[in-house]
Design a protein. Sequence first.
Length: 238
Amino acid sequence: MTSPSTPHIDPKDAPIADVVLMPGDPLRAKFIAETYLEDAVCFNQVRNMLGFTGTYRGREVSVMGSGMGIPSISLYSHELIHTFGVKTLVRVGSCGGMQEGVGLYDIVIGQSASTDSNYLSQFGIPGTYAPTGSYRLIERAVAAARDGGHRVHVGNVLSSDIFYNADESALQRWMRMGVLAVEMESAGLYANAAAAGVEALGVFTVSDDLVTGTHTTPEERQTAFTAMMEVALATVTA
Ligand code: HPA
């Protein structure tokens, strides 16, 4: 029997695990597979949105690029969940820190994901829905971060559709509401997971400090990336 395919994922009989890590950049997915997974095989090349499946400490794990923004991660996560039976999706990526004390290279765990996107309107909720990360995964991620001695913050992140905002004060209003950091995907991922009854989480490293206007260097980013990956892998294999 040939495996199913979708408009964006064509595994050609390669396996997809029920746990998928999702970095934004497909070449990051390749790097993660080569660095952390054993016996990794490629399961997707459509649009170069590379996906791989291998094992980590004996557990089958997949890693696939999500692309940037809610539309991109939403379509990939929808297909992974609804066509390929994925039950656990963990976004790994960078974010911009928005509070004093959320410093460069810290780890942020998205307890919830506020958004300026209209993506959630499709669900017809009579009010404002709060997309939320899986508490089971949050607990594991926090434990892994503490075990690794990493600085970790857990709270509300902003999944914004807008990287270059014409309204320069928009981020400040989110900051005043205590939002920890900004990225561009998790609200779509969390909403899709909730609608399907599966679990999702976003684990981030702070690459830009929007309070002080400082940014990480490429070399230092690699160290922070390693810490985030250790947390994410421990979270999905605990
Ligand atoms: N904005 C949105 N996403 C991000 C940022 C940012 O400043 N930094 C890293 N991801």
